[in-house]
Design a protein around this ligand. Structure first.
Ligand code: BTN
Length: 259
C-alpha cells in the first residue's frame, strides 16, 4: 500500500540504524525543513535527528532557488556534527545514498549530475542542499537537505516538466515514500560510517557523474565557463578544461551540457 502521510513511529519502528533517523521531528506542512533543522542543531539536537515534512510551502534549493515540495514528494533534513575533514564529502554521501536507495526500492538506475543532483534518464529526480555552521576548523553543525520527486505527476508542474522527473512518472506506478525514506536513512548511516572509518566514497561518486569527458557550460556566481568537464577533485570540485588549455577548479555552480 502507498501511504498518504508519514509519521515518526512509522519511520523509526525497527529502523536498522544506530543514530540516523532514530529521532524524527515531523510536520504535515512546513515552510522548510532546513530552517527547523538549523534551529534544532543550534540547540544541540542529537546527531542523526531528522526533520521531515509531508509538504513544504517555502522549500529552499541551491543557489537561492525555491524548491517545489508538494505532498507527493520527500522533503527531509538530517542533522550531523562531522569533523571538518568530512564536510566536502557530504554532497557525495547524500547523492550516492539517494541513488542506492532509489535503486533498492524501485530498481530504477540513476546518475549524479555534478555536484549533487540525482537524475533518471537525464532528468532531475532529487535535489540536495547542504548547509553548515563552521567557525575556523570547527563544524558546529551540518545539515543535509534532500528533496525527492516521488509520486509527483510532472504534467501538473509545467514549470519544471522539461528538466524534472519523478519516480512514479518513470515507473508508471506510485512508490512508498516510507520505504524510500527508511532505506535512505540506512544508506546515509552506512556511508557516513564508511567515511569515519577511513573508507572512501569519492571513486564511486566520480564514476556515477554524468558529465565527465563532455563539453559543458557552467554558471558559477556571475561567471559563465565553457569547456570539457575533465575530472573532479577529491574535495568535490570540478576541473574544467577550457579552450585555451587552462584547467580551472570550480567549487560550486550549475552545469548544463554544451553543444
Ligand atoms: C536543489 O536541487 O536546488 C536542492 C533542493 C533541496 C530540497 C530539499 S527538500 C528538503 C530540504 N528542505 C528544503 O527547503 N530544501 C531541502
Amino acid at each position: 500500500m502507498v501511504e498518504n502521510s508519514l509519521s515518526p513511529a512509522s519511520i523509526t519502528n525497527n529502523l536498522d540504524t544506530h543514530f540516523i533517523g532514530q529521532r524524527v521531528i515531523y510536520y504535515p506542512r512546513l515552510t522548510s525543513t532546513m530552517d527547523v533543522a538549523k534551529r534544532e542543531a543550534q540547540q544541540g539536537a542529537v546527531e542523526g535527528t531528522i526533520v521531515i515534512a509531508d509538504e513544504q510551502t517555502a522549500g529552499k534549493g541551491r543557489l537561492k532557488r525555491t524548491w517545489l515540495s508538494p505532498k507527493a514528494s520527500i522533503a527531509l533534513s538530517i542533522i550531523l556534527y562531522p569533523s571538518v575533514v568530512y564536510l566536502p564529502s557530504l554532497i557525495m554521501l547524500a547523492s550516492l545514498a539517494v541513488a542506492h536507495s532509489i535503486e533498492a526500492v524501485t530498481g530504477l538506475k540513476s546518475q549524479v549530475k555534478w555536484p549533487n543532483d540525482v537524475l533518471i534518464n537525464g532528468r532531475k529526480v532529487c535535489g540536495i542542499l547542504i548547509e553548515s555552521g563552521v567557525r575556523g576548523n570547527i563544524v558546529d553543525y551540518a545539515i543535509i537537505g534532500i528533496g525527492v520527486n516521488v509520486n509527483l505527476k510532472l504534467s501538473g508542474f509545467p514549470e519544471i516538466l522539461p528538466t524534472a522527473t519523478s519516480l512514479s512518472d518513470e515507473l508508471g506506478r506510485d512508490v512508498s515514500r516510507l520505504s524510500l525514506i527508511r532505506q535512505l536513512l540506512v544508506e546515509i548511516e552506512r556511508l557516513y560510517l564508511t567515511l569515519q572509518t577511513g573508507g572512501s566514497i569519492f571513486e564511486e561518486w566520480r564514476d556515477r557523474l554524468v558529465m565527465l569527458g563532455k563539453r559543458i557550460r557552467l554558471k558559477s556566481g556571475k561567471t559563465i565557463y565553457e569547456g570539457i568537464a575533465e575530472s573532479v577533485a577529491s574535495d568535490g570540485s570540478l576541473l574544467l578544461r577550457q579552450s585555451d588549455g587552462s584547467l580551472t577548479k570550480i567549487v560550486a555552480g550549475d552545469a548544463t551540457l554544451g553543444d
